[in-house]
Design a protein around this ligand. Structure first.
Ligand SMILES: [Zn+2]
Ligand SMILES: [Zn+2]
Length: 299
């Protein structure tokens, strides 16, 4: 009889311990992202897809039918501050209700965890990453950061741009800011010490890596590799997907439909592949196609 009770108790415990809990992390390697439609009039996806990665981390994706860039956005919440990284490619809050979506997540969090201040930051100054800033400006308890290098140096307290790595404390959640100019002058990488996720914006993602300043880009990738040598990385997340699941094949530019997308996360190994390729290419900007990314110099 006693044995029976023990079995019942232990199997109950197994059921309890096996049930999915909010601490579980979404597997972003197999994540099904909304990816547009052949005919956007028939698209029934939400304007913003929200994926909760763990208890205090969310990844959002813009619907390709509102803007073909379909950028990702990221929300990290600490004890005192919430950090939204990027505001997408559309200004209009009817077709792209980003503030409403983020506020809902933060309000739900606040109910159980107390007030947090919202910081709106950006991976860099390109229109598809700050279009909805206006939705956040003037809202209570919200700070929208500027987009110029000087703004970043002031806010993150960086005196030696781009060599210096800065800390941003969200409250029991330290973020690290790594300046990586090259794709654009005020490009930064953002590292979350809690999840070990490294955000690389448009500098490194499964797609066409548009390189504006070749030398700056090369040095930034070198510094980024060094950063990954010194910090544990769970995955590297950029802001777009432009590669298909077929190695070396990207989607046509401006497409609104991307079936069978490459997975979003990239590994440190792939970052090192980029670094090695750039070193080999030397001082001359040259286009080069790799399995998971394309080095793509632009004027
Ligand atoms: Zn972009
Ligand atoms: Zn960009």
């Amino acid at each position: 009889m006693k044995l029976k009770i023990a079995i019942v108790i232990s199997s109950l415990f197994m059921i309890w311990s096996c049930r999915p809990s909010i601490e579980d992390t979404a597997d972003l390697n197999v994540q099904y992202w909304i990816h547009g439609s052949e005919n956007c009039e028939e698209n029934i996806d939400p304007p913003i897809q929200v994926v909760q990665y763990n208890r205090n981390t969310w990844i959002l994706r813009q619907n390709k039918c509102t803007n073909y860039e379909a950028p990702f956005m990221f929300l990290f919440i600490g004890d005192e501050k919430a950090l939204l990284v990027d505001t997408g490619a559309t200004k209009d809050d009817d077709s792209f209700p980003l503030y409403k979506t983020v506020k809902q997540i933060v309000d739900d969090w606040t109910k159980n965890n107390g007030e947090v201040e919202l910081i709106v930051a950006h991976t860099h100054k390109h229109g598809d990453h700050y279009a909805a800033d206006g939705q956040f400006e003037g809202k209570p308890n919200t700070t929208v950061l500027g987009l110029e290098v000087e703004d970043l140096m002031t806010f993150y307290k960086i005196s030696n741009w781009p060599e210096e790595i800065a800390d941003l404390e969200l409250g029991n959640r330290l973020m690290k800011i790594v300046p990586i100019p090259g794709h654009q002058a005020s490009s930064i990488a953002i590292y979350d010490t809690a999840t070990k996720i490294l955000l690389t914006g448009d500098t490194f993602y499964p797609g066409r890596l548009y390189v504006k300043d070749w030398n700056a880009f090369k040095m930034s990738i070198e510094r980024l590799v060094k950063f990954t040598d010194n910090n544990e990385i769970s995955m590297i997340l950029g802001n777009h997907i432009e590669m298909t699941q077929t190695a070396k094949v990207d989607y046509p530019m401006g497409t609104i439909y991307q079936p069978k997308e490459h997975q979003l996360p990239l590994s440190v190994l792939v970052l090192k592949e980029l670094s090695f390729a750039l070193t080999k290419l030397g001082d001359e900007p040259i286009k080069e196609v790799h399995d998971s990314f394309i080095i793509y110099p632009v004027e």
